[in-house]
Ligand binder design. Structure first.
Ligand code: NAP
Length: 478
């Protein structure tokens, strides 16, 4: 086992006390690595290491922390191709998407390096009696991080960069499907000079036990989770015992509204970009396509032509638009969702299902006549399946868009500014793409409302998630 297959705790690369677990290549199903499987004791050791390191990390000047984050950013840049190849190997996504994930993840390291020096408190107007009030911004403490497989690098970078900038230390549990990218990224942090204990990585298969400890250990002051709403609910309940701070980036069910006055070409391209990234396996993928009746037929014609042009293939194949789905379980789930949707009255007008018997490739599929009563309406599809529903009026489109428990991303296409603003303000979502299918950026607050979670990643808001505001009142000032 090489160093980059081991757990990283207190600056040491350690074998797992529970042995190892296998990581496969979704394109072939072949085992490509065995990675340390940590025990509960090792998770506790990692929490202790993070707690020890917190004392000195928080006392570094903001500029010193910023310099270390920038050094890590440059290491990631130097290893861009290698990181992208590992992302493709274990997640299956096309290499072009993996390269853009590296750039996107790295942008958080740079942005929060720049932001670290701006965690300012305030001085407030003098109070009666000559008292002087002021606020300080201080790091929350040790942070537990749990991330999913669909962006194995970026989902970690989005949390770790602001946490480090704020002065927090971390224990990270990556998804069991994609620990290799997390290990390589952590190795680069070590090379960049991050002190031992500041970042600890605990790969493992017993997610429930690791998660429980990260939620309930008194030295872990915050948990930041990205993943499914079902697991988010469990973690939120567990965190209640210690009144732990929480950031939850959970599942979405994004509506994609196309109005009669939309630029059709832009709308179809926006939909292709939003829906088919990572073969439909992102939390912000368009999930319910709502098309106004007046342009329904031309929109569907263009969309079909464009979907039929998408190429499936291993992520390592240059030019592949869609890679395999992450696991056998994932493709079986998509098959079953489509079967249920068809039984409930949806009409398949494009798509050939699974490509090859045992493969994880699913061909781009178009389902029309999907109604809110269809079970697929309320599910996050997580596959390359487009569901379409027509609507007549703006009010009806908005009501259909908001008819879900989720509230992460939403999209609308319209060339009328007043309508675009009116609809954007009426959508019950944390994010709205207006004439745009790809919206995430290190500078902007990413996150959801309703069952899609709590908190924001990116922007000034992303730093605040890792800071406490302390109020000081200076008396006796004359
Ligand atoms: P998941 O099953 O919730 O897994 C996510 C992470 O949680 C993995 O590390 C997993 O570990 C761990 N986990 C599983 N059960 C746990 C438990 N009982 N306690 C603690 N941790 C546990 O989600 P997924 O299927 O991998 O990812 C897809 C979901 O993530 C989708 O719903 C998607 O929308 C959401 N997502 C949201 C965002 C966002 O920013 N809002 C971004 C990306 C993805 P193992 O891998 O070891 O099982």
């Amino acid at each position: 086992m090489t160093k980059l297959h081991k757990a990283y705790i207190g600056g040491q690369w350690l074998a797992g006390n529970q042995g190892s677990f296998e990581v496969d290549d979704p394109a072939t199903g072949e085992i490509v690595a065995k990675v340390a499987d940590v025990s509960l004791e090792q998770v506790e050791q990692a929490i202790e290491a993070a707690h020890q390191a917190f004392g000195s990390w928080r006392r570094l000047s903001a500029q010193e922390r910023a310099d270390l984050l920038l050094a890590w950013y440059h290491k990631v840049g130097e290893n861009r191709q290698r990181l992208a190849e590992v992302i493709t190997l274990e997640s299956g996504k096309p290499i072009a998407e993996a390269l853009s994930e590296v750039d996107y993840g790295a942008s958080y390291l740079r942005w929060y390096a720049e932001e670290a020096v701006r965690a300012n408190g305030r001085t407030l107007p003098t109070l009666p009696g000559g008292r002087r009030p002021m606020t300080l911004k201080q790091p929350v403490g040790v942070v537990g991080v749990i991330t999913p497989w669909n962006f194995p690098l970026a989902m970690i970078a989005r949390k770790v960069a602001p946490a480090l900038a704020a002065g927090c230390t971390l224990v990270i549990k990556p998804a069991a499907e994609t620990p290799l990218t997390a290990l390589l990224l952590t190795g680069l942090a070590e090379e960049a000079g991050l002190p031992p204990g500041v970042i600890n990585l605990v790969p493992g298969t017993d997610a429930a036990t690791i998660g429980h400890r990260l939620c309930t250990h008194p030295k872990v002051r915050k948990l930041s989770f990205t993943g499914s709403t079902a697991v988010g609910r469990i973690l939120m309940a567990q965190s209640a015992s210690g009144i732990q701070r929480l950031s939850l980036e959970l599942g979405g069910n994004a509506p994609f509204l196309v109005f009669d006055d939309a630029n059709l070409e832009a709308a179809v391209e926006g939909l292709i970009a939003s829906k088919f990234r990572n073969s439909g396996q992102t939390c912000v993928c368009a999930n319910r396509i709502l098309v106004q009746r007046g342009i329904y037929d031309p929109f569907i014609r263009r969309l079909k032509t464009r979907m039929a042009s998408l190429t499936l293939g291993p992520g390592s194949l240059p030019g592949a638009d869609l890679g395999p789905l992450i696991s056998d379980r994932a493709i079986a789930r998509v098959e079953s969702l489509v079967d249920q949707a068809l039984e409930a009255g949806a009409v398949k007008t494009l798509g050939a299902g699974r490509v090859g018997e045992a493969s994880r490739y699913y061909s781009p599929t178009l389902l029309e006549s999907v109604t809110p009563q269809n079970p697929i309406w309320s599910q996050e599809i997580f596959g390359p399946v487009v569901t379409v529903t027509p609507f007549d009026t703006e009010e009806e489109g908005i009501a259909l868009a908001n008819h879900t428990e989720a509230g992460l991303a939403s999209y609308l296409f319209s060339d009328t500014l007043s309508r675009a603003m009116r609809v954007a303000e009426s959508l019950d979502y944390g994010m709205v793409g207006i004439n745009e299918g790809i919206i995430s950026s290190a500078t902007a607050p990413f996150g959801g409302i309703k069952s899609s979670g709590l908190g924001r990643e990116g922007g000034q808001e992303g730093l605040d998630e890792y800071l406490e505001t302390k109020y000081l009142c200076l008396g006796g000032m004359g």
